[in-house]
Design a protein around this ligand. Structure first.
Ligand SMILES: *Cc1c(COP(=O)(O)O)cnc(C)c1O
Length: 415
């Protein structure tokens, strides 16, 4: 996704000019770049494929509104996400995943209508089945409603599966049904004829940067599902191949190569595709990571036993992505010329710095050992690639600091 640091700087400068005294701290979301990126991502998708956005990566309403006209649907992983999507997008196709679904959440899925419930365990099959069986209203209306579309999420152990930093399958995990339990799962489904098996769901990993490895995994999914369909005489209409498309935080030029992946996938589907069976993708990070920026004004700069610390307004309670990823997040310094104070302006020049926030813990580190030409108190640090798993995975109320502003560069803005 194209980074538009200049447009973000412009927005921040305008805000800073209006700001009365308090140092700036904000998320800026570039909806223009998001729309562009999503349109390109969808445009590359081969025929016979669909893409649902996994909203947990960033469920902000303007983000969803930007994506809704472009993607095939939204993937939700909780009753809260389901209610949020249905409140604002009553007709958007939705699929519902996640371990530990509550009975109340399964009921909500039936009431609000979903395109698929992804079942994560044998017990969950029984719970959904008995909810449907026991739901008089549903049964009375069954002919009109049709059966409940379900997918089985399978934790598949694949030979030669190239591991990434975050694995949800291919080894013991709480996710999905181990493939050895598939016969038992199919037997349970037969006990509940109101549940209609529409396909299989796989989400084995995240942070995939290697398009070739991902393609090999797609090929393995197709082979496996074809074999199951033959062996158990199943008629399905799609395979959900999960998300997990990675972004490279250190080197944006080395993101997952989606266009190349899609070209090769197209070829793969010609030779190994199953007639009448769609592939459905459900990425989160790859869609929204690039549209977000976290900005913090520098409050203090200090030396401690030979190391330079830059203290910004905010911290990992707003932007937990760096410690969650265990990385030093790249940032740019937006120089601010005004210095309205009589006292000296601390600065660091040509130094390797650590950027920390306002929390009273040594873990509140956003970047480390990063060389800067110059940074001064009152300058603003801007962290790009902060649009996914950033604000929404952070512990906002730790220390009861103020929350950051949330600003949007409009999708209509042309540049
Ligand atoms: C989180 C999640 C996704 C999205 O993962 P990304 O790495 O953000 O693409 C997709 N599917 C399931 C089941 C998930 O839990």
């Amino acid at each position: 996704m194209e980074l538009r640091m200049d447009a973000v700087f412009e927005r921040l400068r305008a805000a800073q000019a209006r700001q009365a005294g308090e140092p700036l701290c904000a998320y800026v979301y570039d909806l223009h770049a998001l729309r562009d990126h999503a349109a390109r991502t969808m445009g590359a998708l081969p025929a016979g494929c669909e893409l649902f956005y996994a909203i947990k990566a960033n469920p902000e309403l303007p983000v969803l509104e930007t994506l809704a006209p472009l993607v095939h649907g939204f993937e939700v992983s909780s009753g809260g996400e389901l209610a949020w999507v249905r409140e604002h997008f009553p007709r958007m196709p939705v699929i519902f995943s996640g371990p530990g679904k509550l009975d109340s959440e399964l009921r909500a899925a039936l009431q609000l209508g979903v395109d698929g419930v992804h079942l994560e365990s044998l017990h969950e099959i029984e719970r959904l089945g008995s909810i449907v069986d026991g739901d008089r209203e549903w049964r009375a209306d069954a002919a009109a409603r049709g059966r409940v579309p379900v997918l089985l999420r399978i934790n598949l152990a694949l030979d030669g599966l190239a591991e990434t930093r975050l694995m949800m399958g291919g080894k013991p995990t709480p996710f999905g049904i181990p493939s050895a339990d598939l016969p038992a799962a199919l037997a349970r489904l037969r006990d509940y004829p109101q549940l209609e098996l529409r396909g299989f769901h796989f989400h084995l990993l995240s942070h995939q940067l290697d398009a070739e490895a991902h393609l090999r995994m797609m090929s393995a999914y197709l082979r496996q599902v074809r074999q199951w369909c033959e062996e158990y005489r199943l008629g399905i209409d799609h395979i959900n191949v999960g998300g997990g498309i990675g972004v490279n935080y250190r080197d944006p030029a080395a993101h997952f190569d989606w266009p190349a992946f899609c070209r090769q996938l197209n070829g793969l589907l010609q030779t190994e595709g199953m007639p009448g069976v769609k592939l459905r993708f459900e990425p989160g990070r790859y869609i929204t990571a690039g549209c977000g920026y976290y900005a913090m004004e520098v409050i203090d700069i200090k030396q401690s036993y030979g190391k330079t610390y830059v203290v910004g307004r905010g911290g990992t309670h707003h932007f937990r992505t760096p410690p969650a990823q265990g990385h030093s997040h790249p940032f740019a310094v937006m120089p601010v010329h005004a210095w309205p104070h009589a006292y000296a302006r601390p600065e660091a020049r040509g130094a390797a710095v650590s950027v920390v926030g306002q929390l009273c813990t040594p873990k509140d580190v956003l970047a480390y050992d990063t060389r800067v030409e110059r940074v001064r108190c009152g300058d603003v640090l801007v962290f790009p690639m902060a649009g996914a798993y950033a604000w929404h995975i952070s512990h906002h109320d730790f220390l009861r600091h103020a929350h950051p502003e949330q600003w949007y560069l409009p999708a209509a803005q042309s540049q």
